[in-house]
Write a protein that binds this ligand. Structure first.
Ligand code: AMP
Length: 186
């Protein structure tokens, strides 16, 4: 976001905000999110379509956490075009460690109990879906419903794979992402 001056559009953030605000979307999404399941396609597609009506995405955007199914990708193709798709790869073990250790500060800072511990006195919370049972379900859902998107975007020539496993740090993974973005069209 800082480097390119464009917004990050995260469907997870949009859905969590809808839950906090108690909107119709939030009410229908909450139980799926808490269980680590995907929110139904028609709900998420509606949220994304609405988000693209706002002006701030006209100069570009980083779409985060969407699409997660083939129907979502097909719907997206009617809403906008993509320059590339970044797929960050890491082992299941690394993913479980990162999710289960994630903590949220009140100001929105994302900490990790060992990789980026919150300073003493900072109050943190844990997402319900970062607890063990939900994480196991999220990984299974990812393999079943989201993994097929790799082939889908590989066929259209948009897919870029970025190594994001241990022991790489957030800064190193970001550098890998930027390298991929900058080699666009090379
Ligand atoms: P995230 O913050 O991206 O990890 O998303 C948190 C949760 O929100 C997911 O586990 C899903 O329940 C829901 N969610 C976010 N994005 C999507 C999406 N594209 N399709 C379906 N559900 C989603």
């Amino acid at each position: 976001m800082e480097k390119y001056g464009i917004p990050q559009l995260s469907t997870g953030d949009m859905l969590r905000e809808a839950v906090r605000n108690g909107t119709e979307v939030g009410l229908s999404a909450k139980r799926f999110m808490d269980a680590g399941a995907l929110v139904p396609d028609e709900v998420v597609i509606g949220v994304v379509r609405e988000r693209f009506n706002r002006d701030d995405a006209k100069r570009g955007f980083i779409l985060d956490g969407y699409p997660r199914t083939i129907p979502q990708a097909q719907a997206l193709a009617h809403i906008t075009t993509l320059d590339m798709v970044l797929r960050l790869t890491a082992s299941d073990q690394t993913i479980v460690e990162r999710l289960s250790g994630r903590r949220l500060g009140e100001d929105g800072t994302i900490y990790h109990v060992t990789n980026f511990p919150p300073p003493a006195g900072v109050k943190v919370t844990q997402r319900d879906d970062d607890k063990q049972d939900a994480i196991v379900e999220r990984l299974a859902v990812c393999k079943r419903q989201t993994a097929p998107l790799a082939d889908y975007y590989r066929k259209s020539g948009l897919l870029r794979e970025v190594t994001a496993d241990k022991p790489l740090t957030v800064d190193q993974i970001l550098a890998n992402c930027i390298r991929e973005i900058e080699t666009k069209g090379a």
